[in-house]
Design a protein around this ligand. Sequence first.
Ligand code: CMP
Length: 614
Amino acid sequence: MESDLEKATTEAVGCSDVYNNPTTYQRLVNYIFGPEKKEVNPSSTTSTASAPDTVEHDLELEEELNNVPGSVTDINMGLSKQSRWRRLFFPQLTKHSLYVYGSVTALQNECARQEAAGVCIIHPFSPIRNYYIMFMVFITFINLIAIPMELAFLEGEHTEEFRMVIFNLCSDTLFLLDIAINFRMGVITEDSEVVLLDPKLIACHYLKSWFVLDLISAFPVDYVILIVKELEEDQSTTTYTASKLVRVVLFARIFSLIRLLRVSRLVRFFSEWEQVANSNMEAVRLFIRIICLFAMILLLCHWNGCIQYFIPSLQDFPEDCWVVRENLTHAPWIEKYSFGVFRALSHMIGVGYGSADPPTGEAELWVVMTSMVSGALMYTMMVANVAAMMTNVDAASKAYRSKFNHLEDYMSYRKLPKNLRSRISTYYQARYQGKWFDERAILNVLSESLKVEILGNLCTDLVKTVPMFQGRDINFINAVLLKLQCEVFQEGDIIIREKAAGDRMFFIEHGRVMVKTEQKFCTELADGDYFGEICLLTKCRRTASVQALTLCNLFSLSAEKFNEVLKDFPEIKEEMLRTASQRLWTLQDLKDQKQTPLSENGTDKIKETSTLGV
Ligand code: CMP
């Protein structure tokens, strides 16, 4: 069964103010999705995560966070006299690493752990790792553009070919170096709970995961081609050997396509980037996903364009191929490339431009079919991703609209009168303000301290305006806030009916109400006042009717919760009894024009006067 506490807290979070408080919001998000704070045992090689569960700890963390002077701070100065470059390999004090490790001490322990792990291990939270990933993403992307382009178009273009050889030799070396570096790169395991720093464990993890693919894609094809070309020049006298070498070079050209497997690095770098760059924020994740999507679409178009030209070039340009038809055999490479990409795009998008002539020859047919299929896949990917993104954007407004439509259907199905329908619609709009959240589910996954903090934010006005809360013990305010339930009444609504049984009292956050009795008593209450308490204190029937004069935002407290709170705070009960007593006197005065003197004990007074209301 659902507890009242949950119901009260849930309903009390009836608006979206929490999103305006970045600290609360960030802590809320971190609490739900992680990354959780880690307790690090310097003697072990792993660190474990633990969820934040105390207000004190959260406050400490917040204080530490606020003391972080910049985006990056060096915290390992005191560990040993490391040279400047070496500190780049250690985790740094950033807002993100502090959230992950929980405290500066834990982060320092992590540095000590890394120091103990041995020389030259790069920590996943070190600055050098970030720069390295960014650099490698850039190099990989350039490689993935340059490799097919060189293969397809730059054959025979001597100036470009020379530049490409230099570029290829450098990138081959870089990718071989990358393999070596990966054996010294700390690994964040998939559940983000452990950072592997032991070289043996890192090597084991790497060998089991990406090593083989990295090794194949880093194969130094250009060094091989260079050696083969050297041999070709030396032995060009023999026609037989020369033709054999040409075939070897051609094979090497095709073989060099394996370097395109470097695309796997791109995928990996993107996911690592997401991991390190605090993936908690939906906006960051969305941004990274959009960048990945565009990068992949761009690559697909480019590769397709290159294949369009590469296949006829492998066949030595047959008479009926598109290159000959377009008269491009001796055109500059940039013109060939532009036509190739244009042709690829026209197939992929399914537009007739550029492919007015049907494809001739089997090879061309297959190329066209492949690019058509890849285009269809590209579309599917794009539509699926955009649809997923659109679904997540402003889900609360969509849910609200759907619920509202449902309500309207219900009203017309039940044939409710027009006036009532409009009152229901107005109520719905005032209560939910265009957004609908499953607040119960949201708050249920939070700790008590976070709930209190959220409610504190939501009820700031109430706590400020209700005199009963002024200068009170924080425990009392928290106890009440957790039990409040948000309610909205429209102008003219009867909130309490005289002589009815009562089950709750109300605090006015905004709005005005009229208290009136059959004896023509009339008084107005407004922001910060409360009413409905007499019935709960005396366990009798309502002493007066209360009607909303304007749209009222109220917080209600049920009889059960009311008694629970007052039991723990007798001084508040005494104060409420005094106010109730005064109110009752006013009513009694009106009834029989007789003044009852104040007695020492407020409870007695209530007992004496409460019969008036029955
Ligand atoms: P209750 O009797 O539970 O329901 C009606 C409420 O009207 C009552 O509690 C008081 O909170 C409020 N009320 C009754 N008399 C007065 C008064 N004289 N002045 C202000 N409020 C009153």
